[in-house]
Design a protein around this ligand. Sequence first.
Ligand code: A3P
Length: 271
Amino acid sequence: DATLNPLLSSNSLNATRKLPQVIIIGVKKGGTRALLEYLRLHPDIRAVGPEVHFFDRKYDNGLEWYRRKMPPTIARQITMEKTPSYFITREVPARVYNMSRDVKLLVVVRDPVTRAISDYTQTVSKKNTKKFEELAFINNATGLVDTSWSAIRIGVYAKHLERWLQYFPLSQFMFVSGEELISNPGKEMGLVQNFLGIKKVVSEKHFYFNQTKGFPCLKKKEGSSSPHCLGRTKGRAHPDIEPNVIQRLRDFYRPFNMKFYQMTGRNFNWP
Ligand code: A3P
């Protein structure tokens, strides 16, 4: 009888790979890596490190392939992964639903204008690119926003959420504030742990503000005793964008942001 044998009932021996009960589905450049790294500090959470891209790119590999990507967990532990492109990919909600209608979905959102600039900054860091305003507007004179540019499209959160809500009730989502995750990580993580129904283990005590990095960092990384900031690709310096360009984008996003606050019941107070 395994339960009577202390060796067989010990954690590692009972650990099995399970499909995720929680997924960070978005958004790109919202602060998804920070959220995942912070959640990994929790003993009741086990997460895949790299982005899995199962539901958008590797769906044909099948659920069994997906399950094998997951870390082994014991009964009380939650299995997680994060792939930010899930939020904006048309086919994904139905596919996730087909895996589990009870899955909890975390979406880190951030002011869509800053998010677009962050996205653009990432592109520039990889390849030569036109100026931001040349990409953001169909025609700089008329100021018509180019919604086909992914850096713009991703920020229309209300539209993407509408598609998800055809499959999942709002109660299965938590919308994490990317801004709060930076300015008040302990408090925002409190809300997340509450939503996940796990003990509040990750708190303000885990963080310190690193002046050089300009972001919160962990006093101790998971499984180590030394301080840890996210890598150099997280928290890049953004280029200066003309105020009138920013203003036009703010005007463009305003109605979508209002709709999003209404849908989610959380006012993110984006400028
Ligand atoms: P920037 O690099 O534009 O500042 P993602 O992990 O989803 O790609 O999001 C990246 C963003 O996470 C960064 O965008 C940064 O603003 C934000 N972020 C949140 N907490 C952070 C932290 N502790 N260290 C670095 N970046 C953090």
